[in-house]
Ligand binder design. Structure first.
Ligand code: SF4
Ligand code: SF4
Length: 147
């Protein structure tokens, strides 16, 4: 496989190594450390994230969902997790105008990630920076494309 699930390419990272860096966050980690800073990265698959307080009640997500489970979110009920029947396809996130539904993680190939990193090349050169692969666990099996 020459792809892995990337959930963020963070520009202008100042705390992930020397200089100005581009940090590539990969999903997937076999550990369950109690101090984990990025628990949303543990599962190696793309996952739907819910931000109920952003919902506008527009109902655009309802017809988009193949499982018939998407709909307006009520922040008063503190729903922050997808329905148990969610297959994490991301169709509702694509049509949600408010970012109340967001698919964390996208299958990306090596060439595409390198193209993203290349955009920051001048910052790396000027500051003595570079690239940091983070996660998740970047050396986990599912991330072999970037090892
Ligand atoms: S991610 Fe897919 S299955 Fe899950 S709620 Fe959204 S549209 Fe429905
Ligand atoms: S599409 Fe987004 S804003 Fe509209 S009802 Fe669904 S979750 Fe709320």
């Amino acid at each position: 496989m020459n792809t892995a699930v990337v959930y963020n390419v963070q520009r202008f990272s100042l705390h992930d190594g020397p200089g100005i860096r581009t940090t590539v966050f990969l999903k997937g980690c076999p550990l369950s450390c109690p101090w984990c800073h990025n628990p949303e990265s543990r599962d190696g698959r793309p996952q739907l994230a819910i931000k109920a307080d952003r919902c506008l009640g527009c109902e655009l997500c309802m017809p988009a969902c193949p499982e018939g489970i998407a709909g307006p979110l009520d922040s008063r009920t503190s729903i922050h997790r997808p329905d148990a029947f969610c297959i994490h396809c991301g169709a509702c996130a694509e049509v949600c105008p408010a970012g109340a539904r967001d698919l964390l993680g996208e299958d990306m190939g090596v060439a595409r990630v390198i193209a993203e990193i290349e955009r920051d090349r001048s910052y790396h050169a000027e500051s003595g920076g570079g690239v940091t692969f983070s996660g998740g666990e970047p050396i986990a099996n599912g991330n072999a494309a970037f090892q």
